[in-house]
Ligand binder design. Structure first.
Ligand SMILES: O=C(O)CCC(=O)C(=O)O
Length: 299
């Protein structure tokens, strides 16, 4: 009996130039990965009039605090399906050159007056979460326009080819850590920064070693994004306390047009997002973790 031929895998949406740009810069913008109608419900969710405080956790970054809703569980809601969108997953796999699974995702709405995020490599903390290598990346999808005035992310091109930069204590509290300032200053002097200015629906893929930061929202308009982060299946973390949510789970793709078809159970289920996390209660969060001893010792 003939074995049925499996359906072809959907192709990734990236050109050879985009793959080369990511390899060179550690960051690449893909214009119009999502169309405006696909983002309608996400835009309504991020409307400045909506109270998102129940979904968000507050993260202190030096003197600043920013608010973010985080999820790792992939249910049948809009947010549970978003990290399983084939065009995103296939692009992530093409950029890393191997199969991926969902690491975590974040919804970040920066309202006028909200602060930014200090410069860092995502891998600095994902290393602490037990990942052995930097085979990880993030796809940022713009829900609102992102520009310099409203606090878009700025990247240091080519910094993904540098080493993992040692993190030191930068402030008085134990949650204010960042890469060694003297090293960062020299990297910025040599390489400069590029701003990830995006229109709604544009996506930006960046490598987990790429240094990046975002500014405060100094404009009168909101800036919202989702950050969808992936780890290579081959790079599953070693067990670390409080890190069960980052373990490998197979990634079941959804229909690529699920947003347009509104094919989801709800925008989010009651327990889609991680509970508010604090330094004293880090159980199921992504920001507070057991730090390697030497991070504090060298601070
Ligand atoms: O979107 C932003 O403003 C920055 C977010 C960021 O750098 C991060 O979550 O690692």
């Amino acid at each position: 009996m003939d074995t049925p031929t499996p359906p072809p895998k959907p192709a990734h949406p990236l050109s050879a130039e985009q793959l080369a740009a990511f390899e060179r810069d550690g960051v690449v913008i893909v214009r119009g990965l999502f169309s405006p109608d696909e983002l309608e419900v996400l835009r309504a969710t991020c409307d400045p009039a909506r109270d998102l405080s129940e979904l968000q956790t507050e993260v202190r970054d030096g003197a600043r605090t920013y608010k973010v809703a985080i999820w790792t569980r992939l249910d049948e809601s809009l947010f549970g399906k978003l990290p399983r969108t084939p065009r995103v997953v296939r692009a992530a796999e093409a950029l890393l050159g191997e199969p991926v699974y969902h690491w975590h995702s974040k919804l970040l709405r920066k309202l006028p007056g909200d602060g930014g995020v200090g410069i860092h490599q995502d891998y600095a903390t994902w290393y602490e979460d037990g990942c052995l290598g930097p085979q990880m990346l993030t796809c940022t999808v713009a829900i609102h326009r992102n520009d310099r005035a409203n606090g878009c992310v700025a990247f240091v091109p080519g910094s993904h080819k540098l080493a993992r930069i040692h993190r030191v204590r930068l402030g008085e509290t134990s949650d204010t850590h960042g890469p060694e300032p003297a090293r960062v200053a020299e990297i910025l002097r040599r390489r400069g920064q590029i701003h990830g200015e995006l229109e709604p629906g544009d996506a930006l893929f960046f490598h987990c070693m790429t240094l990046h930061a975002s500014g405060p929202n100094l404009s009168a308009t909101p800036r919202s994004v989702v950050h969808l982060s992936y780890n290579a299946v081959s790079n599953q973390p070693i067990p670390r306390p409080g890190q069960a949510h980052h373990r490998y789970r197979p990634l079941a793709l959804v229909a690529d047009d699920y947003l347009r078809a509104r094919d989801y159970s709800a925008v989010y289920e009651a327990d889609t997002f991680h509970a508010r996390e604090t330094e004293d209660d880090p159980a199921a969060g992504i920001f507070y973790r057991q730090r390697d001893q030497d991070v504090d010792a060298h601070g």
